[in-house]
Design a protein around this ligand. Structure first.
Ligand code: KIV
Ligand code: NA
Length: 270
């Protein structure tokens, strides 16, 4: 299976009536990437690794080194999906030049194909700057977690008319700047539909709408690794429960000396 390409993702909308929504999930490790790769179109090395892997409260402290290391692992563990790396907070907002330096570091260290950054109209110049210099960019508008200190939380966006107009305008600006896809996170469904119809590139929803051109979730959320997840998450499994039950059994067997058995023990040759 040959790896999918960014132009194929961007052309998704022109694929006609038969096209199926794009499938995207987050991945942070090589083994996780191996398990997801064949079933996805895009693997996102999200800065959500802050909470999922590192136990941080927000994505603000994430560094370029953290992103590059996890992205390299995901590239090594995949051969089919397009691998996209999140640009961490503080690594791209200052100028197109700063963004270019950070993005080249991420792509050189990891072998990933593209970066994702948060923000709308204010990032359009940067998106175009990177795209023209060989770095495809995925946009991310609506609920943008790196702006948590300005937004004051993680509530859904677009409840006022001005906010709704801004989200659609942001999506249009990114599309015109050459973004190859746009994540719409935590927005009211009518806005997600309007934004999806207003842009030529595919939209990828998370807490947005089934009418988006694709969907993404944080893998650990949908696997049921966490008790508390946002409303837009569907838990497809109870992996936390499986892990806990398994560890309970192991601990019992160790304490009862019923593990290891003969099968797991080396004896000298006779
Ligand atoms: O960091 C992340 O996981 C993301 C997705 C939820 C879109 O940005
Ligand atoms: Na992110």
């Amino acid at each position: 299976m040959k790896r999918l390409t960014v132009p194929k993702i961007r052309a998704h909308k022109t694929a006609g009536e038969t096209r199926e929504p794009l499938v995207m999930l987050t991945a942070y490790t090589a083994r996780q990437a191996q398990l997801l790769d064949a079933h996805c179109d895009i693997l996102l090395v999200g800065d959500s690794l802050a909470q999922v892997i590192y136990g941080l409260a927000t994505t603000i402290p994430v560094t370029l080194d953290m992103m590059a290391n996890h992205a390299a692992a995901v590239v090594r563990g995949s051969y089919h999906s397009v691998v996209v790396v999140d640009m961490p907070f503080g690594s791209y907002e200052q100028s197109p030049q700063q963004a270019f330096e950070s993005a080249t570091f991420l792509l050189k260290q990891s072998g990933a194909a593209a970066v994702k950054l948060e923000g709308g109209e204010q990032m359009a110049e940067t998106v175009s700057f990177l795209n023209q210099r060989g770095i495809p960019v995925m946009g991310h508008v609506g609920l943008t977690p790196q702006a948590v200190n300005v937004l004051g939380g993680y509530a859904a966006r677009g409840r006022s008319d001005t906010e709704a107009e801004k989200i659609v305008g942001d999506a249009k600006a990114l599309d015109e700047a050459g973004a190859f896809a746009i994540v719409l996170e935590g927005v009211l469904e009518p806005i997600a539909i309007e934004a999806t119809q207003a842009v030529a590139c595919p939209t990828i929803g998370i807490g947005a709408s089934a009418q988006c051109d694709g969907q993404v979730l944080v893998t650990e959320d949908m696997l049921g690794m966490f008790d508390r997840v946002p409303r837009f998450v569907k838990k497809y499994a109870d992996i936390a429960g499986v892990i806990e039950q398994t560890v309970v059994q192991y601990a019992e067997e160790v304490r009862a000396r019923s593990f290891p058995t003969e099968d797991q023990t080396y004896q000298p040759k006779r």
